[in-house]
Write a protein that binds this ligand. Structure first.
Ligand code: ATP
Ligand code: MG
Length: 415
């Protein structure tokens, strides 16, 4: 480790300097996401990292963990209250309304980048973390949910992540959800004093959340709580049937999870999470921070931002948690190492190197250290080919496999 003195500033708690194998795994996740979102014809968007605080407060809901205790909010020099984004959806909804993106509806959007939440840092949980995110905005039909879930499912497969199952639920339409919520409040109120302190608090603020409490006391009580199925309107239950029929047709496996709820106020109908199976390698790798990808339908969100009723569905996945599941990536192939055997060969080597890279051959140069050691250092990088250069210029290549591409790139025989 390099020397630091006591006055060297430390990184902020909960942030990460991602490097080495972790950075390779991270890049593999974002590159695979880019590839898959193109297969599904999602358009790329880049979103601001901060927004007016009200964008999140109004859309995510004051009673949620995110808004009530996790946001990084601050006043800027102009006196406006701003917040570092804790999630993508609210900002995308704001952009949809302020940019007139209605003209593109149904709009399939994909983005990724950093998010900020003031949480207790632990394995798989950071204060600056990263997500990939996919949304279909302005689409009210169940096929949109199917499309979005099929994309998530294919992404996880292409990442080589096994042992993770789609847990699926419906929260019904606004009427179903309100009726269910009232029944839950009535039910849990009878057990109020047996609930964990957190859930007693949730009972007043966000009763659905008691259902996904991790506390065993709450779980025992929640096991017999009223189920959404008894409150679904006919339209809501038909919608859910269409989603599950579509998933079967698309070959996406899922498990119905009647107690699955999502933390945010704006969800309607479909809610889902991809969660590691008990006892799987994925569960072992992630520990208790287990959801890797989550989302649902948020038909009420645009109205909370003053826009017209706009149906939409989306998901987000933590890149760090996905990266922990993809395992170590083989380092990228180095096709050609230009070995400068003595300093008089430098100009020829640089010229060769440009030719290689301009022709799309990955190449590096070894030109430092004693000439004797350079060869060994070059070999250590495990190149497919070593191109030797000295004062006479390029004079030969060693290596295995097909070198036609390299010969074409450098366009000359050895001196
Ligand atoms: P959790 O229950 O783990 O707090 P959440 O419901 O807050 O998750 P979402 O808001 O749905 O999570 O975010 C989607 C995904 O983003 C999560 O499934 C997870 O992979 C990732 N994620 C959320 N918060 C963090 C964090 N603080 N650090 C790293 N990844 C996170
Ligand atoms: Mg959380």
């Amino acid at each position: 480790m390099a020397k630091t003195s006591s006055n060297t500033p430390q990184a902020i708690r909960g942030t990460q300097d991602i490097f080495g194998p972790d950075a390779e795994a991270f890049a593999f996740v974002t590159e695979t996401f880019e590839r898959v979102r193109k297969l599904y014809r999602f358009r790329r968007a880049e979103m601001p990292v901060f927004e007016k605080t009200e964008v999140f407060a109004r859309s995510i809901g004051e009673t949620t963990d995110i808004v009530s205790k996790e946001m990084y909010s601050f006043e800027d020099r102009g006196g406006d209250s701003l917040t570092l984004r804790p999630e993508f959806t609210a900002g995308i909804a704001r952009a949809y309304l302020t940019n007139g993106w209605q003209q593109h509806a149904p709009l399939k959007l994909a983005t990724h980048g950093p998010l900020f939440r003031y949480e207790r840092p632990q394995k798989g949980r950071y204060r600056q973390f990263h997500q990939i995110d996919a949304e279909i905005v302005g689409a009210g039909e169940p096929q949109a949910d199917v499309e979005l879930l099929a994309m998530a499912d294919q992404l996880l497969r292409e990442l080589g992540i096994a042992g993770v199952t789609l847990q699926l639920n419906t929260l019904g339409d606004a009427d179903s959800r309100d009726a269910w919520r009232a029944a839950l409040v009535q039910y849990f109120d009878r057990y109020r004093s047996d609930l964990s302190e957190d859930s007693q608090d949730r009972l007043d603020r966000n009763p659905l959340r008691i259902l996904d409490s991790k506390d065993p006391r709450d779980q025992t009580i929640a096991a017999n709580a009223p189920r959404i199925d008894d409150f679904l309107s006919i339209a809501a239950s038909e919608f859910f049937d269409d989603v599950t029929d579509g998933l079967r047709a698309a070959g996406v496996n899922y498990k119905r999870s009647a107690s699955l709820v999502r933390g945010l106020d704006y969800y309607r109908h479909t809610a889902f999470e991809f969660v590691p199976d008990a006892g799987s390698a994925a569960a072992a790798a992630l520990g208790s921070q287990s959801t890797v990808l989550g989302g649902g339908r948020y038909d009420g969100l645009m109205e909370s931002l003053g826009g017209p009723a706009t149906p939409a569905v989306g998901w987000a996945a933590g890149i760090e948690r996905l990266a922990m599941l993809v395992g170590e990536r083989a380092p990228d192939l180095l096709e050609a190492m230009v070995l400068v055997e003595n300093d008089a060969g430098m100009a020829a080597a640089i010229e060769l190197l440009s030719r290689l890279r301009n022709s799309g051959v990955s190449a590096d140069i070894m030109a430092t250290g004693s000439p004797k050691k350079r060869y060994d250092k070059a070999v250590k990088q495990n190149p497919q080919h070593i191109l030797r250069v000295d004062e006479r210029g390029y004079h030969g290549m060693s290596g295995e496999g097909d070198d036609a591409r390299i010969l074409a790139a450098i366009g000359r025989p050895p001196a």
